[in-house]
Design a protein around this ligand. Structure first.
Ligand code: DAT
Ligand code: MG
Length: 149
């Protein structure tokens, strides 16, 4: 089973969409193992988006993500890293497919509601960046045998 880091960005929290995002991951069958509301520091934002440091939008990305709280989560399940990206949709919400979170709720690339790790290495480093080990729950959902053959 994989784990991935998912974050409802400030626009998603401000628009009251955090519950809808959580509901979609739950309904799909993924297991929630970490969840918290975070007022993001500039240091954490710059570390999280470090790969984009040289991009022209880096400054606005950091100021956006620090502008209002985010909901940080860790989800677990089969192929959850790529499956979460599929649920999330394309980076630009206006091009994202209907049925995806960005496709259903977003308009602008700078207000695309949600982040999901893009691979195994980033998932591991982002989970470690955002969560302490003791913030991640070890539990067995009662539904497991009804979700997995
Ligand atoms: P994703 O969030 O789909 O993984 P990414 O990692 O390429 O996309 O970029 C991180 C975030 O940076 C993205 O969610 C929104 C912002 N961003 C990306 N490309 C952008 C652009 N061309 N203009 C403005 N913001 C952009
Ligand atoms: Mg990315």
């Amino acid at each position: 089973m994989e784990r991935t880091f998912v974050m409802v960005k400030p626009d998603g929290v401000q628009r009251g969409l955090a519950g809808n995002v959580i509901a979609r991951f739950e309904a799909k069958g993924f297991k929630l193992v970490g969840l918290k509301l975070v007022s993001v520091s500039k240091e954490l934002a710059e570390e999280h988006y470090g790969v984009h440091k040289e991009r022209p939008f880096f400054g606005s990305l950091v100021s956006f993500i620090t502008s209002s709280p985010v909901v940080a989560m860790v989800w677990e399940g089969k192929n959850v890293i790529s499956a979460a990206r599929t649920l999330i949709g394309a980076t630009n919400p206006i091009e994202a497919a209907p049925g995806t979170i960005r496709g259903d709720f977003g308009m602008d690339i700078g207000r695309n509601l949600i982040h999901g790790s893009d691979g195994a290495d980033t998932a591991a480093s982002e989970i470690a960046l955002w969560f302490n080990e003791d913030e991640l729950a070890s539990w067995e959902p009662a539904t497991t045998s009804w979700l997995y053959e």
